[in-house]
Write a protein that binds this ligand. Structure first.
Ligand SMILES: NC(=O)C1=CN([C@@H]2O[C@H](COP(=O)(O)OP(=O)(O)OC[C@H]3O[C@@H](n4cnc5c(N)ncnc54)[C@H](OP(=O)(O)O)[C@@H]3O)[C@@H](O)[C@H]2O)C=CC1
Ligand SMILES: O=C([O-])CC(=O)C(=O)O
Length: 429
């Protein structure tokens, strides 16, 4: 088995290094450079390709971590020779609950494929740096062959360097009594800064998936602060909502999930989101032909999906983490593998140029298809009726109001915040 993951914690002001970890080599680094890079893993990767096994003297390795100061006999296998070029993935909020599930899915190869080696660049903060070290240690201990590099840091300008994907999860949770305007402002600032950093140092074709709430408006802020990256490359996660809607339709129809297709979530990742049962299909047939209970579809189904996050928090005492990680994996897979014929997936994307008549210049969840190249096109073979359109307009109005709240972060003048009273995240009750 190939094993080349390593990280080296840097930052002497933080907690003592775990036993066996050498960190003194980095102590002279400036605080801004709280990024642990991995050199030995690159060497090890080369050795995989070459079929060479060496045990380099630890003294010559400045950035390695513990056991990774020695490289192993990686027994070059045919499959490693056919591996693709390394993909660099940044994850913010990497010490949080969602990441704790997601990182292991990414490292296992189930998202990008079993021939796709990856580098994980974990972004945290001073408050989470020690926890990030713990995350990196767990990744090490998992012996994932495809995970070639792990680095940790608190400076987005360093962590985002050359990244192909940025999964932006870290955000302040809304506390009791906190106004939505305050949440928009605090989190918006995080995404404005990260947008600037991505613009400066990431791959110019980086794909950005914003998870941290309120994710649609955070994604808008991020893309506005990254003018050199195509706006089309920014996504807000609404795949969890799509998965929740599929589950409810499958339950009601008495079928397994795999029979449910063409489910769109329109709009904001909030309680105004619109799960579309007009275009959805069960076993290839319109949902309305299979589920005749229109009252259920129009009322119970919609509200259940809109408020599923809150219902889960009431049971679990915390917000969805594992299912969110699964949905992030699904969202990425939908972009890196071709969409099954006739189907589509939901993702929050930039509306400018959309064919549906939704207001331009916001991030809105809509139905998309991909050829598997990381890009997507909006699905045009969708029907609209008054019921669906009326609800879409409500979610659109909410996003237009959110946009005004963050005008100071998107370069559009002074903010004026008057979001509708009932604007809530799915997890709020
Ligand atoms: N779009 C969707 O479908 C869903 C979105 N979410 C959202 O994802 C985000 C992350 O959720 P989850 O992983 O469960 O949350 P956690 O609380 O476990 O982790 C969030 C991370 O955010 C970081 N963070 C950034 N700024 C702050 C701040 N000012 N105060 C506190 N923490 C901060 C922290 O990391 P650090 O200190 O390293 O910065 C923390 O580890 C939340 O915004 C949540 O609402 C959740 C479920 C579904
Ligand atoms: O509100 C939250 O933080 C959680 C959330 O987005 C969801 O469960 O959909």
């Amino acid at each position: 088995m190939g094993l080349s993951t390593a990280y080296s914690p840097v930052g002497s002001h933080l907690a003592p290094a775990p036993l066996g970890h050498r960190r003194s080599a980095q102590l002279h680094r400036p605080r801004r450079a709280l990024l642990a890079t991995v050199r030995c893993s690159v060497d090890a990767a080369k050795q995989v390709q070459d079929g060479v096994a060496t045990a380099e003297a630890p003294a010559t390795r400045k950035d390695c971590f513990g056991v990774f100061c020695t490289t192993y006999d990686l027994k070059a296998e045919d499959k490693t020779k056919s591996w693709k070029k390394l993909v660099n993935i940044a994850v913010s909020g990497a010490a949080g609950m969602i990441s704790n599930h997601l990182l292991f899915k990414l490292a296992s190869g189930e998202v990008f494929g079993q021939d796709q080696p990856i580098a994980l660049k974990l972004l945290g903060s001073e408050r989470s740096f020690q926890a990030l070290e713990g995350v990196a240690m767990e990744l090490e201990d998992s012996l994932y062959p495809l995970l070639r590099e792990v680095s940790i840091g608190i400076d987005p300008y360093e962590v985002f360097e050359d990244v192909d994907w940025a999964l932006l999860i870290g955000a302040k949770p809304r506390g009791p009594g906190m106004e939505r305007a305050a949440l928009l402002d605090i989190n918006g600032q995080i995404f404005a800064d990260q947008g600037k950093a991505l613009n400066a140092v990431a791959s110019k074709n980086v794909k950005v998936l914003v998870v941290g709430n309120p994710c649609n408006t955070n994604a808008l802020i991020c893309l506005k602060n990254a003018p050199d990256i195509p706006a089309k490359n920014f996504h807000a996660l609404t795949r969890l909502d799509e998965n929740r809607a599929k589950c409810q339709l499958a339950l009601k129809a008495g079928v397994f999930y795999d029979k449910v297709s063409n489910v769109t979530i329109w709009g904001n990742h909030s309680t105004t989101q619109v799960p579309d049962f007009l275009n959805a299909k069960i076993d290839g047939r319109p949902v309305k032909e299979v589920i005749k209970d229109t009252k259920w579809l129009e009322e119970e189904f919609t509200i259940t999906v809109q408020k599923r996050g809150g219902a889960l928090i009431q049971k679990w005492g915390r917000s969805s983490a594992a299912s969110t990680a699964v949905s992030i994996a699904d969202a990425i897979k939908s972009l890196v593998t071709p969409t099954p014929e006739g189907d589509w997936f939901s993702t929050g994307v930039y509306t400018t140029g959309n064919p549906y008549g939704i207001a331009e210049d916001i991030v809105f969840s809509m139905p998309c298809r991909s050829k598997g190249d990381g890009d997507y096109e909006l699905a045009t073979d969708v029907s609209m009726d008054d019921f669906l359109w009326e609800r879409i307009k409500k979610s659109e109005a909410e996003l237009l109001a959110e946009k005004k709240c963050v005008a100071h972060l998107t370069g559009e003048g002074n903010a004026y915040c008057d979001v509708p009273e009932d604007t809530m995240l799915p997890g709020e009750v």
